[in-house]
Ligand binder design. Structure first.
Ligand code: AHM
Ligand code: MG
Length: 346
């Protein structure tokens, strides 16, 4: 990975850094037959990211902390910022004519494009504000998104357009509202990170061609669930904690409780994040289409791996919009070790 030190607005007279928009337009020019639709959609996603970021930064002042009193389709209480982020994503992306359908963690059903707007060839799936339990305590949260090309005909998209394997994603990314705000995306060939400069109101290229190390030194999972795991998983975590210099153990433990934050750290520094199935959540907790799948697309494009314990996340055939999945993601070697233990091969 190249850390680009010259990002940000130019000192007077100097050439500006590469903005997200310029980066995408330059790549579009190199793609034969590109219509500009994709660049347009990305502009709208990044606008939504800027608006959500502004509100996250002043949530305590704007009275947006706390609960709205409603529950979402997962049976969880909806927080004010979740609702705001969901509305911003929908309103920013519905009007551009690039989408035929959307789906969000916060909406039970697919989100149709209103009749007054044109439709297009893409489908957008997103978790508007991942890590919702961290909103009220000032800890990193983020927006995760996945873009697929539609497979049905007609004005409006259909559920089948959403229920596609992760391997067919056109692009995936996330916006992280942390100590700095970052947008990370891939179209499958290289993962690039952009840091938001609030004074310029732009995302500038700061992490070019991110590669996840083949092996890391940290593990990230909710160890409070230990008693609910399989014997293999418990053996794996016990093994990670043993002292053995030759294999880099013990591993350090890091767990934020926001998937997007735990994934971002794992992507940059290596290691493994896991949310396995357990006796309380036999199908896992995380959602396939707008959490696991986009992050798996990014992990693989950066040289890492992502599995549900039995198969590549990107090969899983979705059956429902809000399907859950176990997830093991990060450095290739660390994911393989986890799977070997889970299957009793070690
Ligand atoms: P959310 O989308 O409602 O925020 O829920 C998903 C979150 C992930 O961000 C995180 O990895 C996980 O749930 C944490 O779960 P737990 O609190 O069980 O450790
Ligand atoms: Mg989430």
């Amino acid at each position: 990975m190249t850390i680009v030190h010259s990002w940000g607005p130019p000192p007077s007279g100097a050439m500006p850094g590469t903005t997200l928009e310029r980066h995408i337009l330059e790549r579009q020019r190199q793609t034969p037959g590109a219509t500009g639709d994709f660049s347009g959609l990305f502009q709208q996603i990044s606008l939504a990211g800027k608006l959500i970021n502004a509100r996250v930064r002043q949530a305590g002042l704007a009275g947006m902390l706390g609960l709205t009193g409603q529950t979402n389709v997962q049976g969880e209480q909806v927080q004010k910022l979740d609702e705001f982020a969901n509305n911003v994503m929908i309103r920013s992306c519905e009007a551009g004519g690039h989408l035929c359908l959307m789906a969000s963690e916060e909406d039970d059903d697919v989100i149709k494009i209103p009749e007054r707007f044109p439709t297009g060839k893409y489908v957008l799936l997103f978790d508007p504000l991942d890590g919702s339990s961290n909103i009220d305590v000032g800890v990193t949260i983020g927006t995760i998104f996945s873009i697929q090309r539609r497979v049905t005909m007609g004005r409006s998209g259909q559920l089948a357009d959403c229920l596609q394997r992760g391997s067919t994603q056109v692009a995936a990314g996330y916006i992280l509202y942390g100590s700095s705000t970052m947008l990370v995306y891939t179209t499958g060939d290289g993962v690039h990170g952009f840091t938001y400069d609030p004074s310029a109101g732009e995302f500038f290229l700061s992490h070019e061609n991110i590669r996840v190390p083949q092996k890391g030194g940290t593990y990230s999972l909710n160890e409070g669930n230990y008693s609910r795991w399989s014997d293999g998983l418990r053996a794996w975590v016990d093994w990670l904690k043993q002292d053995d210099k030759s294999t880099g153990r013990p591993y350090g433990a890091r767990y934020v409780g926001s998937l997007v934050a735990d994934f971002h750290r794992t992507l940059l520094k290596g290691g493994v994040f896991a949310y396995p199935s357990d006796t309380k959540s036999p199908k896992g907790k995380l959602r396939l289409l707008y959490e696991a799948s986009p992050l798996a697309f990014i992990a693989e494009a950066a040289g890492g791996a992502a599995s549900d314990g039995d198969q590549r996340i990107l090969d899983v055939e979705p059956k429902e919009l809000h399907q859950r999945t176990p997830l093991f993601i990060g450095s290739r070697e660390d994911v393989e070790t986890a799977l070997a233990f889970a299957h009793g091969r070690r």
